[in-house]
Design a protein around this ligand. Structure first.
Ligand code: NAD
Length: 429
């Protein structure tokens, strides 16, 4: 835990370092980014072990979806940052036709990054590379809900990055509340909508710009033109990674009653193939982050018929990958973001009915469309609005360098998700 004095001192040191102009040097920023990359490379085992303690995250998930993503992001930033940073020539108007108008990309100053627990390395540190590249100083507050990872970040980061410009603050709600009373030049928050509102309110007091990476529901539409075997595998892959605790995990399915039966039949077989007859013993499944979330998710199981899965072990923080049928659209599992391994199916008889269902609710974080028919894909894409869309696969739209987000300093970084990303991925089935 960081004390109030520690926090104030860290912010003060970062502010002084920024005012000294330390981060204005492009070479300095590049050195910091290379050092950050080295931190991931040299401490793979430490990060994997922390992620295993917090979420029982399998090594392949830790490497693929946390460490590799972070390293690739830095490689990409390093390959592009000279171009991003240089002053941008803008087309003259009649008023400036004899001038040389330029746009300069200045850093904001001291940036606060608040991370979430579900991808605790990636979500705390991905915004940091963008902020460093843009020339900001950074205060990083990893999520207290994944304490082993927060501790690892706090221990390792100062060994690699400049100790005046970059600081890690550990703690929970009291520490975050305290931090939010301070004036920052930019706040980058990832987490729930409820806390997002608290962060926005605190930022408003100083008119501080914010990026809020929030949650939401991500529906999956399936029609009968798909190869069900392929569709089930791709949907379950997205749902089972991190045991469904992924902001862009498929949240619920919209399909006809007939397809529902087929989906359930194939899903039962695929889950057994992947995780065996006792998925709890599988080394490839994460755990729910804590008992509070096990209790929340267990309540959802009462809101429909358990067609596959359904096992809960509170002590082991385990809930089996579960498919629910006969679910009311008004039930909590259909109004809350699920954020766990439960996949309800809602019957719709056409793409038009699916569109009405989706549009009657908050905008999806992602819309997943499974159809081999181009006209159906286009119909859903053009008649709905969501943070991102992916056709005939799940989650992979995030793996490309296609999801563009603003980062502190007026530059762009690729690879985060959220309602501000407009990325559509089309795959042929
Ligand atoms: P969390 O509990 O780790 O909270 C996130 C941050 O907010 C933490 O740093 C925490 O200290 C701080 N915080 C929590 N309560 C607070 C309070 N009352 N006042 C001030 N600060 C507080 O994570 P969470 O909120 O459970 O995160 C899960 C949510 O995040 C889900 O809705 C998920 O969809 C969303 N998410 C979004 C993205 C994205 O990129 N869009 C990525 C991952 C997670």
């Amino acid at each position: 835990m960081s004390s109030s004095e520690d926090m104030k001192r860290a912010i003060q040191r970062a502010r002084e370092a920024f005012q000294c102009g330390t981060t204005l040097s492009i070479d300095f920023r590049k050195r910091q980014l290379k050092a950050l990359k080295r931190m991931y490379e040299e401490n793979e085992a430490a990060f994997c072990s922390a992620l295993a303690q917090d979420l029982k995250k399998p090594k392949q998930e830790a490497i693929l979806l946390e460490l590799n993503l972070l390293k690739d992001d830095i490689t990409y930033i390093l390959s592009r940052m000279d171009d991003w940073i240089k002053p941008e020539k803008i087309a003259p108007t009649i008023m400036t036709m004899f001038d040389q108008p330029l746009v300069y990309h200045d850093p904001y100053g001291v940036v606060l990054v608040l991370g979430a627990w579900n991808y605790p390395v990636q979500l705390a540190l991905l915004p940091v590379s963008g902020a460093i590249a843009a020339g900001n100083c950074v205060i990083i507050k990893p999520s207290e809900v994944s304490p082993a990872t927060a501790e690892t970040i706090a221990k390792l980061l100062p060994k690699y990055l400049d100790k005046e410009c970059y600081h890690v603050i550990c703690g929970g709600i009291p520490e975050t509340t305290e931090l939010l009373k301070e004036r920052f030049d930019y706040i980058f928050y990832t987490g729930s909508t409820a806390v997002g509102k608290i962060v926005r309110d605190a930022a408003n007091k100083n008119l501080t710009p914010v990026t809020l990476e929030l949650g939401g529901k991500s529906p999956v539409y399936i029609d009968d033109s798909v190869d069900m075997e392929v569709a089930v595998r791709r949907i379950l892959w997205g749902k089972c990674i991190n045991l469904g605790q992924t902001c862009i995990a498929p949240d619920y399915i919209l399909c006809s009653k007939q397809l529902q039966d087929k989906f359930v039949e194939v899903a039962r077989r695929v889950l057994e193939e992947w995780y065996g007859t006792n998925p709890k013993a599988s080394p490839d499944l994460c755990r729910v982050i804590n008992e509070k979330h096990v209790d929340r998710l267990s309540e959802y199981l009462k809101e429909g018929t358990v067609a596959v899965g359904g096992e809960v072990d509170r002590e082991q923080l385990y809930i089996a990958p579960t498919i629910l049928t006969d679910v009311s659209p008004k039930s909590k599992v259909m109004t809350d973001e699920i954020f766990g391994p439960i996949l309800p199916i809602i019957s719709v008889e056409s793409a038009y009915e699916a569109i009405s269902f989706i549009n009657a609710r908050e905008k999806p974080l992602v819309l997943y469309i499974f159809s081999a028919l181009e006209n159906i894909q286009k119909l859903l894409l053009s008649h709905t609005s969501s943070g991102g869309s992916c056709v005939n696969d799940t989650m992979i739209h995030l793996s490309g360098r296609g999801a563009q987000l603003p980062v502190p300093g007026g530059m762009n970084v690729w690879g985060l998700c959220g309602l501000s990303c407009l990325c559509v991925c089309l795959l042929v089935m």
